[in-house]
Design a binder for this molecule. Structure first.
Ligand SMILES: CC(C)(COP(=O)(O)OP(=O)(O)OC[C@H]1O[C@@H](n2cnc3c(N)ncnc32)[C@H](O)[C@@H]1OP(=O)(O)O)[C@@H](O)C(=O)NCCC(=O)NCCS
Length: 145
């Protein structure tokens, strides 16, 4: 069974960032450290943990601009894709964004993940741009009702 937790201990954060690096940076040979951005301190962090205590998915939320949440660095371990973990993380982050009173939420989605976000009502509102010279990202957004 998968549960969503907030990392609190040093070990939690180590596992949280390790998964982010493994899924979002390592395959493209990006150096350690690139898995973090300037928004870490103002973000709420979420991790999906399996019955063995392993971190199998991660995401974070911060307020991008007044009333607009940003779900960023969403990543699920390759061995656990297509088990509903990504959707569970999105639902959890959206619920928190609503709790905080945000009127909308968006993501700088990989162009390979736009179909995933479209399933949950996100629409492309930006122009794709190249990130770290390897990955095309595009802003997708939805209203929170
Ligand atoms: C995109 C990602 C987070 C999806 O996670 P996941 O746990 O495999 O997704 P889920 O199992 O919750 O899938 C939910 C639905 O979306 C579909 N889906 C999953 N990934 C998809 C993709 N890349 N494109 C289209 N549909 C996708 C699933 O088939 C499923 O559909 P269903 O409910 O009709 O069966 C995961 O593939 C990932 O970490 N990818 C690499 C990093 C990335 O792209 N991050 C997100 C954007 S930055």
């Amino acid at each position: 069974m998968i549960t969503i937790k907030t990392p609190t201990t040093r070990d939690d954060f180590k596992a949280y960032y390790a998964l982010r690096y493994k899924v979002l940076r390592e395959p493209w040979g990006h150096p350690k450290g690139t898995e973090k951005d300037d928004y870490e301190p103002i973000s709420e962090h979420f991790m999906a943990v399996n019955e063995k205590g392993e971190v199998v998915g991660v995401a974070k939320l911060y307020e991008k601009s007044a009333g607009v949440g940003h779900i960023s660095h969403l990543a699920v371990s390759g061995e656990h894709h297509h088990q509903g973990i990504g959707h569970l993380l999105v639902r959890t982050v959206e619920a928190r964004a609503k709790e905080r009173g945000f009127h909308s939420i968006g993501s700088m989605a990989r162009v390979t993940a736009t179909k995933f976000f479209e399933k949950y009502g996100y629409r492309v509102t930006g122009i794709p741009s190249l990130h770290f010279g390897t990955t095309h990202l595009v802003w997708m957004e939805k209203e929170l009702t």
